[in-house]
Design a protein around this ligand. Structure first.
Ligand SMILES: [Zn+2]
Length: 450
C-alpha cells in the first residue's frame, strides 16, 4: 500500500504541476519495480552498501563505455527522429562531465572545499553491433505506439524498451549502455505535454533473477525525452519556458549517474507535491544518498533554484548549504557542474564490481587488432602468459582485473622496455581483463584462461 501511495503522490504531483515538469522519475520507477517484485528496492539499496563498503583504491583506469542510442519516434511526428548531430553532441557533453573537463566546473562554491574530480569514465558510440557488424551506435525505429504516463495510476511506460510493444529491444545490456530517445508525454486536459525528462535503472546486482523480475522497470539503461538530447536540439526552442532549466543536455548526465549507482543528493525525501523540505523520510528515518562528501539535504532544488542560502538540513557538522551544483540535484542545468570526488569513486567501483563487462568486451576487437596502435596486448595460451609490445610510449601501467573487479596484478613499466611479459600460470581459470595505460591512452583486452 505504501508503494501505491507513493505512486499516487507522483500522479498528483504531475496533475497539480502539469505546467511544470518532473525532471527524473528513477525513484518512482524503482517503486514501480517494487510492486511487481517485492524486495527490488531493498536489493538496490543492499547492492549500494555492498559496493560502497568495499575498500579498493582507484586504479586510474579510464573505463570506456559503448553506448547505443535507440531513437523510437512516432511515425506521424518526424521531428521526434532527432538528427545524429544531437547524439554526437550528447556524447561530448557526457565526456566533459565524467572527465571533469567542462569549463563551468569552477563555478562550484568554495564553501564545500572540493573540486570536480575526473571520474575517469568515457562514453563512445558503439562501433560493433551485437552480431559484430559495424554500426553508428544509433538505431532508428518509427512506431505508432505512444509511451504515455498514466495520470490515473501514475504508471510510467517502459514499452519503448520492447519491440513487441512498439519500442525497440535493447542490445545486450551487459555489453552496451542502452539509451532510448522517445516522446513520453503526459495527457493533461486532453493535451499532450512533456512531463518527464528521463529515468534510468541503477544496477540491481541480481543477475540470477528470473526474466520477469525486471517487469515494471524494463531493460537496463536510460530513457530520455527527445527534446533534451544534446544542447543543440532543434526541438528545444519550441518548448514552453518552463523547460529553460533543462537547456544544457545534462538530463542524460544525471540519468547516467543513476545508471552508475548514484542516488539523488536529497535521497528523495521531502514533500513530493509541494517541494517542501524534510530531513527525514516517510518513516521518520534520516536517509542519505550514501555519499559522504555531498552535504545532507532535505529537498531538491527544482523549485527553489540555485540560491546561496538554500540549506534545508542544518544538523550536520560542519553545516553546509545544499549542493545545487551537483548533477544529481534537480537544479537549473546552468548550475549543475560537478560530480563530487566520492561520487566519482563510487561510480568507478560500480563499474569494477557490477558493470565490468560493459567496458571490456568491445575493445578487444577494436583496438589491439589495429596495426597502427602503439601498444599490442597478446595472450599466449600455450605459455599462459601475456606479452605487451610497446613502441614510442613512455611509462605505462599494466593491470589485470578478474571478473569480480579485483585487481590481481599492477605494475608500472618504463620506456626502456619495448616488450613486457607477464606469467598467468598462477591465475585460476576464468575471464580476465588486462588494462595498459599510457599518458595518452588506455588499452584493454579480455582473455580467458581455460
Ligand atoms: Zn534522477
Amino acid at each position: 500500500m505504501k508503494h501505491l501511495l507513493s505512486l499516487s503522490f507522483f500522479c498528483i504531483l504531475t496533475f497539480l504541476n502539469a505546467q511544470t515538469l518532473h525532471k527524473c522519475v528513477t525513484h518512482e520507477l524503482i517503486q514501480q519495480g517494487e510492486i511487481y517484485n517485492p524486495g527490488f528496492s531493498q536489493s538496490i539499496q543492499a547492492e549500494f552498501q555492498k559496493v560502497k563498503n568495499k575498500n579498493s583504491n582507484r586504479s586510474h583506469t579510464i573505463y570506456r563505455i559503448p553506448v547505443v542510442f535507440h531513437i523510437v519516434w512516432n511515425s506521424t511526428k518526424p521531428k521526434e527522429n532527432i538528427p545524429d548531430s544531437c547524439i554526437h553532441r550528447q556524447i561530448e557533453l557526457l565526456n566533459h562531465a565524467f572527465r571533469a573537463t567542462n569549463v563551468d566546473r569552477s563555478n562550484l562554491r568554495p564553501i564545500f572545499g572540493l573540486e570536480a574530480k575526473d571520474a575517469e569514465i568515457e562514453f563512445y558510440l558503439a562501433t560493433k553491433d551485437p552480431q559484430g557488424n559495424s554500426t553508428t551506435g544509433i538505431t532508428r525505429k518509427s512506431t505508432t505506439k505512444k509511451f504515455t504516463t498514466n495520470l490515473l495510476t501514475g504508471a510510467i511506460s517502459i514499452d519503448m524498451k520492447s519491440t513487441a510493444k512498439g519500442g525497440q529491444d535493447p542490445w545486450d545490456v551487459t555489453k552496451y549502455y542502452n539509451v532510448w530517445v522517445v516522446n513520453m508525454p503526459i495527457i493533461f486536459l486532453g493535451q499532450e505535454q512533456v512531463g518527464i525528462l528521463g529515468f534510468a535503472t541503477p544496477p540491481s546486482g541480481l543477475p540470477n533473477w528470473p526474466s520477469e523480475a525486471l517487469e515494471g522497470v524494463g531493460a537496463d539503461g536510460a530513457v530520455i525525452q527527445y527534446q533534451f538530447i544534446g544542447n543543440n536540439n532543434p526541438n528545444f526552442a519550441s518548448l514552453d519556458s518552463t523547460f529553460k532549466i533543462a537547456n544544457s543536455g545534462k538530463t542524460l548526465i544525471h540519468e547516467t549517474g543513476h545508471y552508475l549507482g548514484l542516488r539523488h543528493i536529497w535521497a528523495d525525501k521531502g514533500d513530493p507535491i509541494f517541494g517542501s523540505a524534510s530531513c527525514v523520510d516517510l518513516n521518520g528515518n534520516e536517509d542519505d544518498d550514501g555519499i559522504d562528501d555531498t552535504p545532507y539535504c532535505g529537498s531538491n532544488s527544482q523549485a527553489t533554484g540555485c540560491i546561496d542560502d538554500k540549506n534545508t538540513c542544518e544538523h550536520e557538522s560542519p553545516d553546509l548549504p545544499d549542493m545545487w551544483e551537483n548533477y544529481m540535484d534537480y537544479s537549473d542545468e546552468k548550475c549543475q557542474v560537478i560530480f563530487t570526488p566520492d561520487q566519482t569513486d563510487f561510480m568507478q567501483k560500480v563499474i569494477e564490481q557490477k558493470r565490468l563487462k560493459l567496458v571490456s568486451w568491445d575493445v578487444q576487437t577494436n583496438i589491439n587488432d589495429d596495426d597502427s596502435e602503439q601498444i599490442k596486448i597478446i595472450y599466449l595460451a600455450q605459455s599462459e602468459s601475456i606479452r605487451i609490445n610497446m613502441s614510442n610510449e613512455s611509462a605505462v601501467t599494466i593491470q589485470i582485473i578478474n571478473h569480480a573487479g579485483q585487481s590481481l596484478f599492477k605494475q608500472k613499466v618504463n620506456s626502456s622496455q619495448s616488450e613486457f611479459e607477464i606469467s598467468c600460470k598462477n591465475l585460476p581459470n576464468g575471464v580476465y581483463s588486462i588494462f595498459v595505460q599510457s599518458d595518452q591512452k588506455s588499452y584493454f583486452k579480455k582473455f580467458v584462461k581455460l
